[in-house]
Design a protein around this ligand. Structure first.
Ligand code: C2E
Ligand code: CA
Ligand code: CA
Ligand code: CA
Length: 278
């Protein structure tokens, strides 16, 4: 009873109230963020562990909000999803990332791909495959240069609808990756059916690889399973040489993390492309 009383009391802490005020402030400021050009994309390289080159870069959204201080995507993406603004913002991200990739292709890095994160809310829009095809048609880059990162959760609610959307996206030529793999509920049979191209092993498994034998077992099992299904693996959040050595030894295909580069503005990617091109 004591515990219950405490929990009930904690429900009304000032912090909780402050949090919802903050969410409202963010939601309001977000309404003008696109027209005020407050969003930018940073890019983080994904390095091929077989050749050492940068195969693709992941676009990560940044919001330079002058009044509310620095706001991380971890904070503002959920607000954008709750308010529905993620649809407009997500479309801006797709257009911006595709335009930037076109610039890199024209600069001579024609093999480079860009990976864009899709919110489940975007994924469940019936017009999504059409929107993506249109954006690609209006550009000069081939659909095979675009990777879409989805979380495992997208398929949970309505696997049938999810299969249709994934099939439509695959038919358009883009690649599908599962983000944060290992934290959700996907099953082997789903992965096969969805024609997934790449699993991104969640950074929570990579973080303690050096000390945690359970994490080593999990990561090694994910890589083996993906190999058996003909799916690529990318380890996220790689920060140390020891983590990289283990991943390489296990046959992981790609790595992404601070060991190679933080997410950086587009201009800095060109320098990295030169450095990592063999
Ligand atoms: P995510 O897609 O899993 O992205 C990876 C996150 O890990 C990024 O955080 C990245 O900066 C961070 N990271 C990369 N390497 C390392 C490392 O070595 N160590 C550590 N500790 N962290 C690393 P970020 O940029 O803050 O983004 C957070 C999340 O926000 C993303 O997680 C993604 O779910 C979401 N997000 C970002 N941009 C977009 C977007 O354009 N659309 C949607 N829907 N979500 C986005
Ligand atoms: Ca991602
Ligand atoms: Ca991730
Ligand atoms: Ca994540």
């Amino acid at each position: 009873a004591k515990l219950e009383g405490r929990n009930t009391y904690r429900f009304f802490t000032p912090q909780m109230h402050a949090k919802s005020v903050r969410a409202l402030q963010l939601e309001n400021a977000m309404r003008r963020a696109l027209e005020r050009n407050e969003f930018t994309l940073h890019y983080q390289p994904q390095i091929c562990l077989h050749t050492g080159e940068i195969r693709s870069v992941e676009a990560l959204l940044r919001w330079n909000q002058p009044e509310l201080g620095s706001v991380s995507p971890g904070e503002f993406i959920p607000v954008a999803e709750d308010s529905g603004q993620i649809l407009q913002i997500g479309e801006w991200v797709l257009r911006k990332a595709v335009a930037q990739l076109q610039t890199w292709h024209q600069a001579g890095f024609g093999q480079l791909k860009v990976a864009v994160n899709l919110s489940a809310i975007q994924f469940h829009q019936p017009q999504l495959p059409e929107l993506i095809s249109r954006i690609l048609l209006e550009s000069d880059i081939p659909p095979t240069a675009l990777e879409l990162e989805l979380t495992e959760g997208v398929a949970v609610h309505d696997p049938k609808a999810a299969t249709l959307t994934m099939d439509a996206l695959r038919k358009s030529g883009v690649w599908l990756s599962i983000d944060d793999f290992g934290t959700g509920y996907s099953s082997l049979s789903q992965l096969k059916r969805f024609q997934i191209y790449k699993l991104k092993i969640d950074q929570s498994f990579v973080h303690d690889l050096d000390h945690d034998s359970n994490d080593r077992a999990i990561v090694s099992a994910i890589i083996r399973m993906a190999q058996a299904l003909g799916i690529q693996t990318t380890a996220e959040g790689v920060e140390t040489q020891e983590q990289l050595d283990f991943l390489r030894e296990q046959g992981c295909d790609e790595a992404q993390g601070y060991l190679f580069s933080r997410p950086v503005p587009a201009e800095q990617i060109s320098e990295l492309l030169c450095a990592y091109q063999p």
